[in-house]
Design a protein around this ligand. Structure first.
Ligand code: FAD
Length: 538
């Protein structure tokens, strides 16, 4: 793809993606005076919250912490209606920010980027759109999202289905009518668990096809009063600091105590309290070793299993819903009436681990022991996380090496700070693999990455450094650290999308930095303060 750069537009930076990451990146760079163009496949802003319009979609981090913190003005002008905001409200928030900062004028919508190649002579990135148009930029910044490449498993007969088919991550803009219909939901991850109770209320009959039973705790969602929100942000600077230097990006953390230090009665009391309070971290934050020590983990896991047993009336169904993997080694799930839904007359559960799906037929789903007639099929089958969206673009660095080839072996995936990778100069990956991103409140991770990249670009300009890349030594060190930290926990002991295990044929390897957002920020800041140690100019 040789490029005559006189014939195409050249920007200081091209950003791909107009979700929370891309929008803030645009704002930061534009404020600093750079020419920036954002390309977005959708026809509007929002990213995750544009695409995931399925019934029940909402955030799992408290709304008051799941927003930008870079502008006190934006914070003051917005209010959330409930503890966990629903998708339409989060999308309204993103639109509000895009309007307030007048971001759309630098975003080209309906534009999918298909390739990006580093030109070693011009020291520019050449970026190609789906329609073949090329642009060039000094900096190529991916804001593609960790969870934007939806996964539909390759099941025999998929195209033969005569009814309606949806993926939660590509939900239509108009309401899907389930009333009186026979609906099948495949998948019981976060999205499935949010959607199932809502669909069940409307459907004639709902059949849930479950591969892995999940631990889920009640969200205990409730309306928020404006006063409550105002109070939370009264100590704005302090709250922000607490979030930034925490483990997961929220202004609270685990008690510094092992689950094994408390008596069974005391543990039960604390877990019960946490269950009633609800929230993503409520159970795990009772102790600091739930995700580290198998015996501690089991105390929380068995508590949730006992809750499932209490809630679900049919003992056989309850048994099928009992998870056995280490709790919190997949992203914890919170729900509203998930387990209760299995007490409804119009809901049935099919365990596809014991009776796998053989094929999709024109009329429904055939498993090894039954056939289910369906009018609507909903795939809540998640995403090709982290690397998926990057690999959908043919990204080529120095010597025409493709990123996909460089990372072909998941165990050998190498980045520096999850932000950069050697051989790909002036390319930055917001919330990239081997950063804390998916293990955190993503808003905290997003703001930190954007700020770091914007400061880094300022530094390069100030020091007249045209091109700059991570060194092989630095990325080898970082990648080793990521694996070593993950291996100290139970995170790598479970087949999860953090490990690439949800995608057939995807190489296994832990895809995030598990040391926490606070430690990560300190490391990134330290590297910047040392003149971007671990990066070399070309
Ligand atoms: P995204 O919002 O995914 O945006 C990426 C954008 O890039 C998309 O609009 C996509 O269309 C675009 N894009 C990708 N590839 C291309 C291409 N080749 N060309 C052009 N455009 C492209 N995180 C939390 O912290 N808390 C939560 O409660 C939470 N809930 C979630 C619920 C769901 C259902 C999902 C799927 C994710 C959730 N997340 C949550 C994670 C969420 O993805 C992040 O919080 C955040 O929205 C990510 O923003 P982003 O801008 O980085 O990526």
């Amino acid at each position: 793809m040789a490029l005559n750069q006189q014939s195409c537009q050249v920007f200081d930076a091209v950003v791909v993606g107009a979700g929370f990451s891309g929008l803030y990146m645009l704002h930061r760079l534009r404020e600093a005076g750079y020419s920036v163009r954002v390309y977005e496949a959708a026809d509007d802003v929002g990213g995750t919250w544009y695409w995931n319009r399925y019934p029940g979609a909402r955030c799992d981090i408290e709304s008051i912490y799941y927003n930008y913190t870079f502008s006190k003005e934006i914070l003051d002008e917005w209010t959330w209606s409930s503890r966990y905001a629903e998708q339409p409200e989060i999308l309204s928030y993103i639109n509000f920010v895009a309007d307030k900062l007048d971001l759309r004028r630098d975003i080209q919508f309906n534009t999918r980027i298909t390739a990006a190649r580093y030109n070693e002579e011009s020291r520019n990135w050449e970026i190609r759109m789906e329609d073949g148009t090329l642009v060039a930029a000094e900096y190529f910044i991916t804001a593609l999202g960790c969870l934007s490449s939806s996964n539909i498993p390759k099941i025999k007969g998929l195209d033969s289905f005569k009814g309606e088919m949806y993926h939660t991550g590509r939900w239509p803009h108009k309401k899907v009518d389930f009333s009186g219909k026979r609906v099948g939901v495949i998948g019981t991850g976060s999205s499935g668990i949010q959607a199932i109770p809502v669909i069940a209320k409307e459907a004639g009959h709902l059949t849930v096809f479950q591969r892995t039973p999940q631990y889920s705790c009640p969200a205990q969602n409730h309306p928020l009063e404006a006063e409550e929100i105002r109070k939370t942000w009264e100590n704005y600077d302090e709250t922000k600091q607490q979030m930034r230097y925490s483990q997961h990006g929220v202004p609270y953390g685990p008690r510094m105590r092992s689950a094994l230090e408390d008596s069974p009665e005391e543990r039960e009391r604390l877990y019960e309290k946490a269950w009633q309070e609800g929230g993503l971290f409520s159970l795990t934050y009772n102790y600091n070793d739930i995700a580290m020590v198998p015996e501690s983990n089991e105390t929380a896991a068995s508590f949730i299993r006992s809750k499932i047993k209490q809630i679900v009336h049919d003992p056989e169904v309850a048994q099928k819903l009992m998870p056995t993997y280490y709790y919190a080694t997949k992203r914890p799930i919170i729900d509203t009436n998930y387990f209760e839904t299995y007490n409804r007359e119009n809901v049935s559960l099919v365990d596809i681990k014991t009776a796998p799906i053989m094929e999709i037929t024109p009329d429904g789903i055939k498993t090894t022991d039954n056939e289910y007639e369906l009018d609507v099929l909903v795939f809540a089958t998640g995403f090709d996380a982290m690397t998926g969206p990057l690999f959908k673009i043919d990204i080529r660095g120095k010597n025409d090496v493709s990123l996909k080839d460089k990372w072909a072996d998941g165990a050998e995936l190498k980045t520096y700070l999850g932000l950069a990778t050697s051989g790909f100069p002036n390319m930055f990956m917001l919330t990239g693999p081997q950063s804390p991103s998916v293990l955190s409140n993503m808003m905290v991770s997003i703001e930190q990455h954007v700020d770091w990249v914007a400061d880094c670009i300022d530094y390069l300009r100030e020091h007249h450094l045209e091109a700059f890349e991570a060194t092989e030594e630095a990325e080898a060190f970082w990648s080793h650290q990521c694996r070593a930290i993950a291996d100290m926990s139970l995170l790598t002991k479970t087949d999860s999308w953090y490990m690439g295990a949800n995608i057939d044929g995807k190489p296994r390897g832990f895809l995030a930095f598990a040391g926490g957002v606070g430690l990560y920020r300190l490391i990134c800041d330290d590297i910047a303060a040392r003149g971007y140690e671990g990066f070399a100019s070309l």
